[in-house]
Design a protein around this ligand. Structure first.
Ligand SMILES: NC(=O)c1ccc[n+]([C@@H]2O[C@H](COP(=O)([O-])OP(=O)(O)OC[C@H]3O[C@@H](n4cnc5c(N)ncnc54)[C@H](OP(=O)(O)O)[C@@H]3O)[C@@H](O)[C@H]2O)c1
Length: 202
């Protein structure tokens, strides 16, 4: 697949590194603008290319990993995009005062794309190193089921266990789990490798 990462900071860098090291997919990255320093660091480190607008539009999957406040600006480059958008961004105030999840803000702006929420409840450290003490769950929320196997397959390739999280509307809860993971990292004593693992308790 052709995969692009939009947002090349801590989390975008972790996803790019994992895809580059663990899969044979064609990968390109893009920061806040062409030639951004964070993108250049990844390009040098991983030997991947910088995504032009044409590359983004030709991707099978574009990961949106920009700060939630920059989503509208970030995805403006995806005008008329028809592939899969994997929404990873989380707003620090998700769930407050009826605010939409970051993922739920995107379909109105990208009507031709297939929106999938995934990886929003996982720390970047865990994306880089999934660890050996049980597989972390990736909750996959989407309305159009044809993208489910693609995103779930990629999560499996990266060392995670994909779990159907229901419709895109449920991305709100997955993003809130992401914020809960931030609080747990500080308050539970587990630090930035605390992870969620769904299992049947029977
Ligand atoms: N860090 C985690 O463990 C983690 C886990 C789950 C979800 N998330 C979510 O992932 C998102 C990014 O978090 P982060 O920790 O990676 O933040 P970060 O380290 O601050 O990086 C943010 C990145 O977004 C880029 N960016 C800013 N405006 C952009 C735009 N208009 N178009 C494209 N890219 C743009 C920046 O590019 P420049 O470098 O060029 O300025 C930067 O590379 C957030 O929504 C966060 O909630 C993070």
């Amino acid at each position: 697949m052709k995969i692009s990462i939009l947002g090349t900071g801590d989390m975008g860098g972790a996803i790019a590194t994992a895809i580059s090291r663990k899969t044979r997919h064609s990968l390109r990255v893009r920061g806040s603008q062409a030639g951004s320093a964070s993108a250049r660091r990844l390009i040098d480190e991983l030997g991947v290319g910088e995504a032009t607008t044409e590359d983004l539009l030709a991707s099978n999957i574009v990961f949106v990993v920009a700060p939630a406040a920059a989503i509208e600006q970030a995805i403006a480059t995806l005008n008329n995009y028809r592939g899969i958008v994997a929404a990873v961004s989380v707003s620090g105030s998700v769930g407050y005062d009826g605010l939409l999840s970051a993922a739920a803000r995107m379909p109105a702006l990208l009507p031709d794309a297939t929106l999938v929420s995934a990886f929003s409840s996982i720390w970047s450290n865990v994306i880089r190193e999934p660890g050996r003490s049980g597989k972390t769950s990736v909750f996959v929320c989407l309305d159009e089921n044809d993208a489910k196997d693609v995103v779930s397959g990629l999560a499996t390739e990266l060392g995670f266990e994909p779990i159907s999280g229901g419709k895109l509307a449920a991305a709100l809860y997955a993003e809130m789990m992401g914020m809960f993971a931030v609080h747990l990292a500080m308050d539970s004593g587990y630090g930035r490798t605390i992870s969620f693992h769904a299992f049947r308790a029977d």
